[in-house]
Each structure stands twice: as structure tokens, then as C-alpha cells.
Ligand binder design. Structure first.
Ligand SMILES: [Zn+2]
Ligand SMILES: [Zn+2]
Length: 307
């Protein structure tokens, strides 16, 4: 299972329909929280996301709509009695902010919060890795230091066709060699090549989170061929000047990025509160890149559906 659930998709000001940025990327049974705007912990409760399965939090930048939900969430996990470490990837200044809040509110955490400053990593560098998944840093162009995150599966192994192997009368003791790509010779002299019993592996799936950022073509180097791309679309293109002034993107630009990066599918998000109806943003993007959807709170996107 590899999916993303949207918890918040508004820009700086929340509305009745939308909360500030937050989403949960789940790989098998492990959760990874990406950004943590106000209200995130209530959204986690609402959508029954088990905090016992939360391994790491990734904060893109320190604007309030991406981080103000974090102190409450961290202290709640302490009150729930979390007793295993949590990794927190964020701009280095967040450490100072959290330390001050914890000190002045007399809060303390009963678990180990491992703070990892994003400035320590070069653009494109692997920041987090498990046996099957890795996360790389994506440099974004915003008013303050800002990083996106690309979650990608490691290359998969070819699939062994057990039934075909049995049909070819291959003894079980040879299966290991064939899975490793080694040819074998049966006792009757028959040669068996690995490709006779191995199917090509599925392509690794990937998900990239790019919020907040001005349109910049160099982003392509970090998100090319991504299966599902979340790209901010704060404004429609008639507000391009405003988007550029505030270091945000338009819906048209998000679609342009999806197109040149040759991603499979695009998710729009980070909507300005001025848009009560998001259909025009969606249509503007789809005119450039048809495979586009809106990120809406609660919705789940399974990455394999877009492979
Ligand atoms: Zn924002
Ligand atoms: Zn911002």
C-alpha cells in the first residue's frame, strides 16, 4: 500500500471547506506526515490515522500554514504515552521555536524527538530511507527556505513464477539461484535461464510534494517521471503577477510543471481562500495537463492507480 491522504489543502488562510497544509503519506503500515498546519491533529483523529504508526514528520518551511499545528500534535503524542522515537525533518530554526514553546508552556515530551535540519542535505539528496522506500529533498523557490519531498520506492526485483518453474520440473533447491539471475542446468541436461521463470518487475512508484513554490523549470530535475505529483496552485493564471510577488504558482503553471516533468498524474492544492469554487482552477490545469485532480480534505490517492 502506497497512498497519500489529504488533511489540509488551503493556502495561508483556512476556510469553512479547507484547512492549512497537511497530508499523510502511507507506505504499507507506516505513516509519514507532510506539513502540519493548524487543525492537523483533529484531522488525524477524524480520519483515524493511527499515531502509533507515525514514523516521521516532514516540514517544508516555517510559514504558519505549514507548521502551526505541530506543537499541539507533538505534545498530544506525549500525553498518549508514545514511547518510541519520532524523526522530524524541518528547517533548523524550528528547533528553537519548539524549544521555546515547550519551555514557556512547561511541556515536555516523554519520547525521543529526533530533529534533523533540512539544511544539512543537498538538493536531491536522500534524507530518509527504509528497506523499500526513500525520501529525497526537493529544492523549492519560496520566500523563505523551503523544501519539497519525493517519496520513491526502491527498484523492485523481478517476480518469480512458481507455477512455471514447477511446469518445467525445476527442483525447489534451484529456485534461489534463478531468483538471483543465475542460469542452471538440470540433471537431464536441460538449461534453464532466469528469464524463463522471472517476470519483469513493476516500475517503482513515487509521490512528490511541492508546496510552496514559484514556478521554476529546474524543479524538473528532482521530480521527473514521478507517478503522482502534488503541486501548489495558489492562484489562477490571471493572478500571475500576484503569484510571482508572493513566490507561489498558478494552476496553469502547476500543470505546465507536470507536463514538462512527464509525471503520470497531478494533484492541485494550497488554494487561496478567494476561490470558493475550485472547478475553474481544475479546468485551467486540465487544459494543459488533462490528468489532474483536486486535493480535497479526506480524499485518498493510491499511487498505483496512476502508474
Ligand atoms: Zn503555504
Ligand atoms: Zn509559504
Amino acid at each position: 500500500m502506497f497512498q497519500v491522504q489529504i488533511l489540509g489543502a488551503s493556502a495561508a488562510i483556512p476556510t469553512n471547506q479547507h484547512l492549512p497544509s497537511a497530508q499523510v503519506v502511507t507506505y504499507h503500515d507506516r505513516h509519514h506526515l507532510v506539513d502540519c498546519g493548524e487543525g492537523t491533529q483533529m484531522q488525524l483523529l477524524k480520519y483515524r490515522v493511527k499515531l502509533s504508526r507515525l514514523d516521521a514528520i516532514f516540514i517544508s518551511h516555517l510559514h504558519g500554514d505549514h507548521v502551526l499545528g505541530l506543537p499541539g500534535l507533538l505534545t498530544s503524542m506525549s500525553l498518549y504515552g508514545r514511547n518510541f522515537p519520532l524523526k522530524l525533518y524541518a528547517p533548523s530554526a524550528l528547533k528553537e521555536v519548539l524549544d521555546l514553546i515547550f519551555k514557556q508552556t512547561q511541556s515536555y515530551l516523554v519520547y525521543d524527538l529526533e530533529f534533523i535540519p533540512m539544511e544539512d542535505f543537498a538538493p536531491g539528496e536522500v534524507i530518509y530511507e527504509t528497506p523499500r522506500l526513500q525520501v529525497t529533498s526537493v529544492p523549492l523557490n519560496h520566500r523563505i527556505f523551503c523544501r519539497g519531498f519525493r517519496f520513491s520506492e526502491h527498484s523492485k526485483r523481478p517476480k518469480f513464477d512458481f507455477y512455471k518453474a514447477k511446469a518445467l520440473n525445476i527442483p525447489n533447491s534451484y529456485f534461489g539461484l534463478l531468483k538471483q539471475g543465475v542460469s542452471i542446468t538440470l540433471e537431464d541436461g536441460t538449461e534453464i535461464h532466469p528469464d524463463m521463470v522471472l517476470h519483469p518487475p513493476d516500475s517503482p512508484l513515487s509521490y512528490a510534494y511541492c508546496s510552496d513554490t514559484r514556478f521554476q523549470e529546474s524543479l524538473v530535475d528532482y521530480i521527473k517521471d514521478t507517478t503522482l505529483l502534488y503541486h501548489e496552485a495558489t492562484f489562477m493564471h490571471d493572478m500571475l503577477v500576484r503569484a510571482q510577488e508572493t513566490c507561489h504558482s498558478t494552476s496553469h503553471e502547476a500543470a505546465q510543471m507536470a507536463k514538462i516533468a512527464q509525471v503520470k498524474h497531478l494533484l492541485l492544492g494550497h488554494y487561496s481562500a478567494r476561490y470558493k469554487n475550485l472547478t475553474p482552477l481544475l479546468e485551467e490545469a486540465q487544459a494543459v495537463f488533462p490528468h489532474t485532480e483536486l486535493a480535497i480534505e479526506g480524499s485518498i490517492f493510491k499511487i498505483k492507480d496512476y502508474a
